[in-house]
Design a binder for this molecule. Sequence first.
Ligand SMILES: Cc1cc2nc3c(=O)[nH]c(=O)nc-3n(C[C@H](O)[C@H](O)[C@H](O)COP(=O)(O)O)c2cc1C
Ligand code: SF4
Length: 477
Amino acid sequence: MEYLLAYSHRRVPTALRPIDALANGGTIAAVAEASGMPPVRVQGIRSFYDQLHSPAEVRVCTGTSCHFARGASDLPAGAGEVRCLGHCYAAPALQRGDVTHDRIGANTPVPRRSLVDPPVVLRHVLGGPRSDDAACLPDGESILLHLESSGLRGRGGAAYPTAAKWRAARDAPGDIKYVVANGDEGDPGSYVDRLLLEEDPESILVGMLACARVTGGTHGIVYIREEYPEAQRRMKAAIAAWRHGRELQVEVVSGAGSYVCGEETALLRSIEGLRGEPWPKPPYPTTSGLWDRPTIVQNVETLVTVAQLAQSGHGARSKALSISGAVREPGVVEIRLGTSVREVLERGAGGEIPGRPWKMALIGGPMGRVLPVSLFDTPLSYGALPGMGHGGIVMLDDRVTPGALARHLFDFARAESCGNCTPCRVGTQRLAGCRDRSSLERLMETMSLGSLCGFGQGVPTPLRDLLQHFGDEVFNT
Ligand SMILES: Cc1cc2nc3c(=O)[nH]c(=O)nc-3n(C[C@H](O)[C@H](O)[C@H](O)COP(=O)(O)O)c2cc1C
Ligand code: SF4
């Protein structure tokens, strides 16, 4: 309590954050002493985050693209595991210290292209001219009107209307309000946010400033996963050069290795330096978020889109997707929402690799959707493919069986559940033990209905698709 009282009087979390103190080698006793927390609480924080309790110099990526690209080959002795390094386009990857090595080389740049002309999300990373976009932002009311008429939905997964969130935050009373950019990007198969954090951090800051203008935000925080050290460096450099700090002061806060910390309430707990466990909503962060103050959490790509849209009112139909797996030209592709999956794969990713016929696509990560090839004419849009999340596509060829994909998803769920609520904690442990359709369906029903956050509720989504499209192949392949 002493810690929380001391800490909550700070406006920005630069000091006293137990996660940072532990990551920098602080002992439990020293961190407990400095923070005023009981040692057992500090121990609870350390045990929550992979990089605090088992830091490893070499970490092998076990995300979906890397998992299937690596096949049965052995992992280096003594290496740790990490769920995704955001190098899915050149899988398999591993990280040694700060450097990520993939199939092509070290710190390989992300291939990128646009099917939209002119591009919106990728306009700067594709070389578009830079101007002081922040200086061109209109007043808050005009920005809100642009957002409302455009119908922009958040790009982080839940597809919630951005204008509605900002209006709620604007109307929430409070002298201090936080604008948080979510750069946690833990979903295997997604690396759009890493590209934007590394190559266009300025547009993220402009989007945050637009949010502050609408909502009355006073402090900005960019939360970036620790697996992205280069993104953290580049964002810090952009903040150092940021000329609008008087209107919105921004700082970077690092994750410490937890997938669930991408969920907005878990993320806020993590910024506070605590275990990243989600809380049941309400209260929503817009009224009671960081240190109980109104807080707007927005995905990195959403903010980059807002930076453009706030000025022109256009851009809400553009979406960047990460494409990896069995395609000729993996990379980040900007598309117009509503383009069919087939067209995206053919025009945006070079189509099928000769000799490796497509079997299915995992769209939107491990809580997203599975589409068999027969449904590739489905438009990629929130309406036509509900649950498509961030829309990143991992293409799987016919060497990957439905059973192999199911087992990979079971492993992911078991490893990443935060354990905070029973249906998810126990359910994710038991998924792999289900040997027939009806027992798996019963378990998934319990998880969807009873889990506290979108993780346990979402784990069944791709598994239901697998059952619907491939039936018993899920159990016998
Ligand atoms: C388990 C889980 C993980 C999530 N991970 C992320 C993430 O890495 N990045 C992100 O922007 N949103 C993530 N989200 C969604 C966030 O909770 C939140 O909806 C989003 O950051 C809001 O921003 P947006 O409206 O701009 O999408 C996750 C949600 C869940 C349930
Ligand atoms: S649903 Fe899973 S991840 Fe979410 S709070 Fe419950 S145990 Fe944690």
